[in-house]
Design a protein around this ligand. Structure first.
Ligand code: ATP
Length: 367
């Protein structure tokens, strides 16, 4: 089911005198193709849950419209929209068994849609098989691990075969290993069912790893939409560049002068079409090549060899944080007692952003 959001806005009126209203979702205008898994990504408080709750019908928008396919569902109740929801805290009924939890959404079908007990059981078992908990149907939630409980919650959300599946931070309560496993599971289940799914997370790695599309938002505003790799390779502003990628992108105070990009007094790259101006220079960790005659000089703090990769930790007076993190192949040997390291920068791993509005400045590499 295709989802279209048209100028969707949610404003929470302030309750404190002198404080502004909160625009939690600001003019969302987006089309999500049928069968996609979409990661809705942004820092805490940016409006992710509000956006999801508008799509589910749990919240009413201040303005704008929501379409599922060609149907305007803006005024429909959550039950009539055909959405399945999974929350961070599982929200299972503790006194019911797994089977009873999964069957629950099927119990109140009315009239012709009403199902027999056998039909309900068959559907519950099919959903349980899909999330691989068919052997646990008679347990209570308290007798299961967090990962298993989350699978039950997913089975309960998909048992009605919803048109749209909405997941709000579904992995947050799981430990690191289970998080990894469960996110792969969500991807598999989503592929098998082909249900259009929106997955809310503040964890960029989680969103990048399983999404067909990511929506990066900040302060209620969509900053960028695209395939995870495209957004990583081509961020529209400094916020998006910093939000995606571990270790974080390295940012420097820099300037463009006479067709050259300067970090401090060192010209690190030629550019042919950027007027002189102060800029944020951002370089991905994998964008540094250690070379004896490289133009960027940094003070070497540490060399950490981690199997395949070597992490070089260094500092530079123009750097915008504590330590520059660069990742190179472990085939490149850097003596740890070396005082300085010189880098050449890969042109496609360096981005320039306007000093004031932090929007991307596109450049051509000069000769
Ligand atoms: P988190 O990752 O921390 O859950 P989020 O990105 O999901 O955050 P929301 O919960 O959607 O963010 O909140 C967005 C903004 O709207 C926040 O500033 C929040 O304080 C505000 N907000 C959310 N719900 C309400 C409400 N019912 N009344 C007033 N303000 C609200």
């Amino acid at each position: 089911m295709k989802i279209i959001l048209k100028n969707l806005t949610k404003i929470f009126p302030n309750r404190t005198k002198g404080k502004a209203d909160v625009v939690a979702v600001n003019d969302f205008d987006i089309e999500i193709p049928d069968g996609y898994l979409v990661g809705l990504l942004g820092p805490s408080g940016c409006g992710k849950s509000t956006a999801l709750n508008l799509i589910s019908g749990l919240l009413e928008p201040t303005s704008g419209q929501i379409f599922f396919g060609d149907d305007d569902v803006t005024k429909l109740s959550p039950e009539s929209r055909g959405v399945g929801m999974v929350f961070q805290n599982y929200a299972l009924y503790p006194h019911l068994t797994v089977r009873q939890n999964i069957v629950f959404p099927l119990e109140n079908f009315k009239g012709e849609a009403r199902l027999s007990r056998e039909e309900m059981n068959a559907k519950a078992e099919e959903a349980a098989r899909l999330v691989q908990i068919e052997g646990l149907m008679d347990r209570k939630p308290s007798e299961m691990s967090g990962g298993q409980q989350q699978r039950v919650a997913i089975a309960r959300a998909i048992v009605k075969r919803p048109k749209v599946l909405l997941l709000d931070e579904p992995l947050s309560n799981l430990d690191a290993r289970l998080r990894l496993q469960t996110r792969e599971e969500i991807r598999r289940i989503q592929k098998e069912t082909a249900i259009t799914t929106i997955f809310v997370t503040h964890d960029q790695e989680e969103a990048m790893s399983i999404s067909d599309l990511i929506i990066v938002m900040k302060d209620g505003i969509i900053n960028q939409v695209g395939k995870p790799q495209d957004v990583y390779d081509d961020p529209v502003n400094l916020f998006v560049a910093k939000f995606l990628g571990t270790p974080q992108i390295n940012t420097f105070k820099g300037r463009v002068e006479n067709g050259k990009v300067y970090i401090g007094d060192e010209a690190v790259m030629k550019v042919s079409n950027v007027p002189d101006q102060p800029v944020h220079v951002a370089i991905r960790p994998e964008g540094f090549i250690p070379e004896a005659n490289g133009p960027l000089t940094c003070h070497l703090s540490a060399v950490e060899v981690m199997g395949r990769d070597t992490s070089i930790v260094s500092t530079n007076p123009a750097f915008d944080g504590a330590e520059i993190r660069s990742i190179v192949s472990s085939d490149i040997k850097i003596p740890a007692n070396q005082k300085e390291v010189h880098f050449t920068i890969k042109p496609h791993k360096i981005f320039l952003f306007d000093w004031h509005d932090e929007k991307r400045i596109y450049f051509e590499t000069g000769k």
